[in-house]
Design a protein around this ligand. Structure first.
Ligand code: WT7
Length: 651
């Protein structure tokens, strides 16, 4: 669907789903909560913060020195004491924290007591290796229990973790590790993916040739094939924890001490190390997890995202554990060994809350209803969506075929930078509409503004901004305060620019329209056009490249590359495949361009700026907009013809 049609369809969306009365009656969030937050937002957040366990209680709430926020700054706490010890002390040690299922079918059940012990052993092991409070530790792992254990062990001793998604390439590991000078790297021999073995340790070895700050690499044995272990640097996880005590005093952390870094793509080739601190972040992820997912003691909660992205940090690790939730973690892909894997897991563990991404839902739609129909999904009572705008058809399919028509859906808008869900229905309170994330949560203040930064009246569209600091917000970009100001705070004074286009309907519901900057969203993964372009021009045959996102039915957007070769060479299918593979190897497979077109020239303005708008139009087969500023108009017509050919090839 083209954007204009999409907007049209959204404005015509008439379906409304008020919360079922039984759900509303038992819901954690009740309608008065919006007003309560509005009345005094600082005491609202302080109230939630006081539900955490503090080593030293805070007396101050917010210090706002725009654009730098401090929340609860004179308080001290430890994240893991809140995630683990607190529940064990309350007699919940035998409660299951994680039901874990490996892709080959192996299973582990880990209680809060066991999780605490494992975390303490590794924390002691890290200390024994010389890792100190404030040192950064990189983690590059598949979805196995040792991943949250590693994160929590770092948090236990006050060493900020920097998780690098397991799909990233060695070069991407190098960039991230070197930017924040991590002292240790925790990984796995190999990982399982669709029955294949992913060479995680090999990737780390390739990376560690260029990461001088790494002193130790700790390796979990997951698959069991031999891997190279360099004497003095590489250690098996089992040896690191062997003989270590299952008790480890949690490091008292200031509320504003760094909990973790998480790198995300921006509009330049260099990923940004987003900083999240301890007190405010924990407060907000705990609150949103409890209210948006309506978590109860007997729920079985499953966020099917990867822990390598912020969704997993906030809603597999910190939020659920702070709330004492019982979660599910699954290691592999949804189609292994068959396309009903997710539904077999829902049935086996009686999952009651499921949180996944639109791209996954559209994949399930394409596979057909026979797979969910094979399983008893009656345990489900609430569904969530995250990562990109969800189209109304996918929303309705999710509701009908997964939720049995009875489960409220929460479409949650947020970002790595926001730390926690910002715009979302509260189930039991909010009337939902297919395709809308509805409205800002209590304590969150958003607006939609025009080019001048003026609030757009209901019915209009513009840029989504956040107008007040919030506890879980990023505290900046590692090592680059200026980039933090420039990226988020310079376009509109006193407003945080999220980078998303958004419309607000006459009832005040928010409809997200995708990114407005040079960031693509492919299957909910954020990828910068510039990053892919730089990877392309690194290839010896490439002179110049331009990359844009193209609407894609399955993945939201697909990567579309226009490439000029050196010496005006013509290009071939073989070279196109080679360039695709080159990008995949440079950045990670998930960044491989789906479309790649050779051209002798890119459309540019007379001042030499690439006209991406035109390329986007070409990629999406639209009638071209204004081409009068173009230096050479022949080139777009040539590209248009090629793009048509490419499109027919695809279909
Ligand atoms: C970008 C943030 C939030 C965790 C996963 C992605 C898009 C996210 C929604 C949604 C429309 C959404 C936005 C945002 N996005 N959720 N419910 N509706 N768009 O985190 O990698 O930091 O990406 O994802 O464009 O800016 P991220």
């Amino acid at each position: 669907m083209k954007t204009a049609e999409a907007i049209e369809a959204l404005s015509n969306e008439q379906r409304r789903f008020p919360p079922p009365p039984e759900f509303a009656a038992q819901a954690n969030a009740q309608p008065g909560i919006y007003e309560e937050a509005e009345r005094d937002v600082e005491s609202f957040w302080a109230g939630w913060a006081r539900k955490l366990e503090w080593i030293k209680p805070f007396t101050r709430v917010l210090e706002w020195n725009e654009p730098f926020a401090k929340w609860f700054a004179d308080g001290q706490l430890n994240a893991t004491a809140n995630c683990l010890d607190r529940h064990v002390k309350a007699g919940l040690g035998n409660r299951v924290a994680y039901n874990w299922e490996g892709e080959p079918g192996d299973r582990r059940t880990i209680t809060y007591q066991q999780l605490l012990e494992e975390v303490c052993r590794l924390a002691n092991g890290l200390r024994a290796l010389g890792v100190r409070k404030g040192d950064r530790v990189a983690i590059y792992m598949p979805m196995i229990p040792e991943l949250p254990i590693a994160m929590l062990a770092c948090a236990r001793i006050g060493a900020p973790h920097s998780v690098i998604f397991g799909g990233f390439s060695p070069d991407s590991i190098v960039d991230r590790v070197n930017d924040s000078e991590c002292v240790a790297l925790i990984t796995t021999d190999q990982g399982w993916r669709r029955g294949n073995k992913i060479p995680l340790k090999d990737n780390c070895d390739a990376a560690m040739a260029s990461t001088p700050s790494i002193k130790h690499c700790i390796v979990v044995k997951r698959v069991g094939d031999p891997v190279e272990m360099r004497e003095g640097r590489d250690l098996w996880w089992d040896d690191v924890v062997k003989g270590q005590s299952a008790q480890c005093e949690p490091e008292p952390m200031n509320a504003e001490d760094l909990l973790y870094l998480l790198y995300t793509s921006g509009t330049t080739a260099k990923p940004k190390g987003i900083k999240h601190t301890t007190g405010g972040y924990l407060t907000e992820v705990t609150m949103t997890h409890k209210l948006v997912f309506d978590l109860k003691n007997d729920d079985v909660y499953w966020c099917a995202a990867d822990i390598g992205w912020v969704t997993g940090h906030s809603y597999i690790v910190y939020g659920p554990l702070c709330n004492g939730a019982t979660s599910v973690i699954y290691e592999g892909t949804p189609d292994f060994p068959e396309r009903d894997r997710l539904w077999s897991i829902v049935e086996r563990y009686k999952v009651s809350i499921l949180y996944t991404a639109p791209t996954a839902i559209r994949t399930f739609m394409r596979w057909g209803t026979e797979y969910p129909e094979r399983h008893d999904l009656s345990s489900l009572r609430l569904l969530g969506s995250v990562g990109e705008p969800i189209n109304p058809e996918a929303w309705m399919w999710y509701r009908q075929h997964i939720g049995g028509g009875r489960c409220p859906i929460v479409d949650t808008w947020w970002q790595t930078e926001t730390g926690a869900i910002m715009i979302s229905p509260l189930p039991g309170v909010t009337t939902t509409l297919p395709g809308s994330a509805t409205r800002p949560l209590p304590g969150t203040f958003a607006d939609v503004v025009n080019d001048q930064g003026e609030s757009v009246p209901p019915g209009g569209g513009g840029y989504l901004v956040l107008t007040r600091p919030w506890p879980g917000m990023l505290r900046g970009i590692w090592g680059d305060d200026q980039r933090y100001r420039d990226t988020y705070w310079s376009r509109f004074p006193h407003k945080y620019l999220a980078g998303d286009g958004c419309r607000r309907d006459l009832d005040g519901n928010y409809w997200f329209m995708g990114r407005i900057d040079d960031v693509m969203n492919v299957s909910g993964h954020r990828i910068s056009t510039t990053e892919v372009e730089s990877a392309l021009v690194e290839h010896p045959q490439v002179a110049e490249a331009a990359v844009v996102g193209r609407l894609d039915e399955l993945t939201g957007q697909a990567i579309c590359a226009f490439v000029c070769l050196r010496g005006g060479a013509a290009g071939s299918n073989v070279l196109a495949d080679e360039l695709r593979a080159h990008v995949g190897a440079r950045l990670g497979k998930f960044t491989t361009p789906k479309y790649l077109t050779f051209t002798h020239e890119l459309p540019k303005t007379r001042s030499g700026k690439i006209m991406r708008r035109l390329l986007r139009d070409i990629a999406e087969g639209r009638i071209l907009g204004d081409t009068t500023t173009l230096a050479d108009s022949a080139v777009v017509h040539e590209l248009q013809e090629r793009a048509k050919l490419e499109a027919t090839k695809e279909e």
